[in-house]
Design a protein around this ligand. Structure first.
Ligand SMILES: Cc1cc2nc3c(=O)[nH]c(=O)nc-3n(C[C@H](O)[C@H](O)[C@H](O)COP(=O)(O)OP(=O)(O)OC[C@H]3O[C@@H](n4cnc5c(N)ncnc54)[C@H](O)[C@@H]3O)c2cc1C
Length: 410
């Protein structure tokens, strides 16, 4: 059996580790555009802030590929997949045959078509180690940075560079920051925490046009800057599979084993869609734990094993300047909100199930909420009044506790 993996990040690592749970010997080739050993992508902002090093960012030890019998072909992209021949073509013209293929090509930053953007000389995206290195080279103490996008990537970039530049302004057309994961009240708590670090926000506004290093806003004002970071979202890399007829919507459609609609071709990670069990709908869940588990389940299935992944939910555990933000599931339902200084908690219930939560400033035992959502535990089987305020195991029945603790609960 010959395995080939396209991509060398979280989903690829999950796949390698999944394959090796079943098949200890067959060769694995890993092809990656990025020329690096696999690294933890979320750490690029910590690298910029000087809180980690390239060595410490490695997602797996130096010996990972050797230990797992993998050949890493780094610095080359895959430009064609030929399912009939079971072969892929690399950017250097070489081809590689496979018996089972995993497509784990992640996503690409979206660059909006704004008038004058092409003429902005110092503009960057923030997705990769190379992006972080380029930004590090470009910034200086007297630099005024404008970041387009107040989502997770824009804010992590702001945190990474804040101490190294004169000013950071973040602009977003949304009414509040982190619009895809927070509600307005939660976002306000995070925003005021970030503002205390000197970062400025311009919300409910957008750049209509760039005139050199000036951004002309919809409300008519202009914002001058020296360096621009574009962080308005990402698009799943689907085109290589789409052009050979794989089923795609926003992302590549797979089943719970990572199989695409094409024989012997699997996909995992940010380039795919998963069923969100908190809503029952298919969506792209561009999150690290999701990418790993999808990759692992795909690897196990590619090697003949069986581990379905059917518990995906959107889930974030992030920190901004030391403030912890945990979110999961959906916010459509009956809500219970508690607030105190620097702390915000919202839990959402629908049809006798917990479907989502936002925890800011206090995420203690959030795992219990996550378990309730992922395992679709009916709330009338637990002491929900207790759990609502403080998640704790005692709220579960003895048999449920025993199951959760591997048979040791009394
Ligand atoms: C700044 C930042 C902060 C983040 N913070 C968090 C966080 O706090 N929590 C969280 O859950 N997630 C976070 N994420 C998201 C997380 O990093 C991703 O969900 C995860 O990396 C997805 O892994 P993946 O393997 O699917 O794809 P990716 O990590 O995107 O890797 C895909 C790889 O495939 C390569 N590739 C693409 N096309 C080809 C081709 N044709 N040939 C060969 N190689 C190719 C790419 O170059 C890339 O190396 C963050 C992301 C960023 C950028």
């Amino acid at each position: 059996m010959k395995y080939v993996i396209i991509g060398n990040s979280t989903a690829a690592v999950g796949c390698i580790e999944g394959l090796r749970q079943i098949d200890k010997t067959s060769p694995i080739a890993v092809v990656s555009v990025e020329k690096y050993h696999t690294y933890s992508r979320p750490l690029i902002s910590y690298l910029l802030a000087g809180k980690t090093t390239e060595r410490k960012m490695k997602y797996r030890p130096e010996s990972f590929y050797k230990d797992n019998g993998c050949k890493l072909i780094a610095g080359k992209s895959v430009i064609k997949i030929e399912p009939d021949k079971k072969a892929i073509t690399l950017s250097d013209g070489k081809s590689l045959g496979y018996d089972k293929l995993l497509f784990a090509a992640g996503s690409t930053p979206f660059v909006p078509p704004i008038k004058g953007l092409d003429e902005v000389t110092h503009k960057y995206t923030f997705m990769s180690l190379d992006d972080a290195k380029a930004l590090e080279q470009a910034i200086a103490k007297d630099c005024r940075v404008l970041i387009l996008g107040a989502g997770l990537i824009g804010l992590k970039c702001a945190e990474g560079i804040n101490k190294k530049v004169q000013s950071v302004t973040v602009i977003d057309m949304a009414q509040h920051i982190l619009p895809s994961i927070l509600d307005a009240a939660g976002a306000e708590v995070v925003k005021s925490h970030i503002e205390k670090k000197g970062i400025r926000f311009v919300l409910s506004d957008s750049v209509q046009e760039f005139q050199g290093n000036s951004a002309v806003l919809a409300i008519g004002k202009t914002l001058d800057f020296d360096l621009l970071v574009i962080a308005v979202g990402v698009r799943p890399n689907i085109h290589l599979l789409k052009e050979i007829g794989a089923k795609t919507v926003r992302g590549i459609v797979t089943d719970c084993y990572g199989q695409t609609s094409l024989p012997s071709i699997y996909a995992a990670g940010d380039c795919t869609e998963s069923v969100d069990v908190s809503t029952g709908e298919n969506r792209v869940l561009a999150l690290l734990p999701n990418a790993y588990i999808q990759g692992e389940c795909a690897g196990i299935h590619m090697a003949g094993g069986n581990k379905p992944y059917d518990k995906a939910i959107p889930m974030n555990a992030i920190g901004f300047f030391g403030l912890h933000v945990l979110t999961a599931g959906s916010y459509d339902g009956e809500e219970y909100i508690t607030k105190s200084a620097g702390v915000y908690k919202r839990i959402v219930v629908k049809d006798n199930h917990l479907v989502g939560f936002i925890l800011i400033g206090d995420g203690a035992r959030a795992g219990i909420y996550t378990h309730l959502i992922k395992d679709r535990i009916p709330l009338d089987t637990v002491d929900f009044e207790l759990i609502k305020d403080k998640p704790q195991l005692i709220a579960f029945s003895q048999s449920a506790r025993s199951k959760m603790l591997g048979g040791v609960a009394r």
